[in-house]
Design a protein around this ligand. Structure first.
Ligand code: E4P
Length: 287
């Protein structure tokens, strides 16, 4: 599994790269905003263009940069600008296009799909973003997206919000447990009509991890070449579960990459091993 770092913070990108485990970077407008705010606090010394150029230079692997438009033509134009400005630096730019740019009922739904199709025909690599359902991922693959980004954490948030649950952003959410609660509640009903009212999932998806599982199944069934990036990851447990499924890539926040290497017993073990070094053993290293 490839690991991308899910940040636009150059310091984080460089540090994660120094650990030797980073295969790419994903950004989005919110991550860019966060990075710009941090830079402004420190007295920003370079332009946005120079900054993004630095990100591309820092990573030997795909760097996803997102468009800001909502109409297909605008997104294709912006994608071309981003690609022309930054791809020559390290030949690693991928353009993030929202699978659908509609923000209200009744708005045009297919602008994202159309833009992905057009960019794929032009040979500009795309990452279909804001993917919340297996069907959106199917459409992304059909349009020729190079990557698809299912948003695990936001799907978990959506399910929990609809159920009125209280949670923190980084909390673990277990869709299997939710499914078993739903099954038990349904067993207590006597008819299909009564049982079918009890629905705790998001149209049959019980958590973000299950969304990834479903997309993997669909892509394998039709041998789609679109690579799956598990995105909107909130904890190391999600990373483990998508890795077990054989997802191509996980894009992981800096904080969660740190969580992946941490364990209480590893720290405790280090304390004991360090304490137990005897002089005879230490002498081997003294030259
Ligand atoms: C990366 O491609 C996504 O933009 C990112 O993972 C979204 O994460 P969030 O849901 O934590 O904002």
């Amino acid at each position: 599994m490839q690991i991308f770092v899910d940040t636009a913070d150059l310091e984080e990108i460089k540090e994660a790269k120094s650990w030797g485990i980073v295969d790419g970077v994903t950004t989005n407008p919110s991550l860019i905003k966060k990075a710009v705010e941090k830079l402004k606090d420190k007295g920003m010394e370079m332009s946005m263009e120079e900054y993004i150029g630095e990100i591309c230079r820092a990573v030997d692997g795909p760097v996803s940069l997102e468009v800001k438009g909502i109409k297909s033509d605008d997104m294709v134009r912006e994608a071309t600008i981003l690609y022309e400005k930054f791809n020559h630096i390290n030949n690693n730019v991928v353009i993030k296009i929202p699978i659908s740019t509609a923000m209200n009922e009744g708005e045009e739904l297919f602008e994202g799909v159309k833009a992905i199709k057009e960019l794929s025909e032009k040979g500009i690599p795309t990452n279909a973003t804001l993917v919340m359902t297996p069907c959106q991922a199917l459409l992304a693959a059909k349009a020729g997206a190079s990557y698809v980004s299912p948003f695990l954490g936001r799907v978990d948030d959506y399910i929990r919000e609809r159920l009125g649950m209280k949670f923190d952003k980084w909390d673990i959410f277990d869709g299997k447990l939710l499914r078993s609660i739903e099954e038990k509640r349904r067993e207590q009903k006597n008819s299909y009509d009564e049982a079918s009212w009890i629905s705790l999932s998001d149209e049959g998806i019980y958590d973000g991890v299950e969304l990834v599982e479903s997309i993997i199944k669909i892509y394998r069934a039709y041998n789609y070449k679109t690579k799956i990036i598990a995105a909107s990851i909130r904890n190391a447990m999600q990373v483990r579960k998508v890795a077990e499924m054989g997802v191509d890539i996980a894009t992981i926040p800096f904080k969660v990459i740190k969580e992946m290497v941490s364990h209480y017993k590893t720290m405790e073990g280090m304390c004991k091993f360090t304490e137990d070094v005897v002089d005879e053993y230490r002498a081997i290293f003294e030259q």
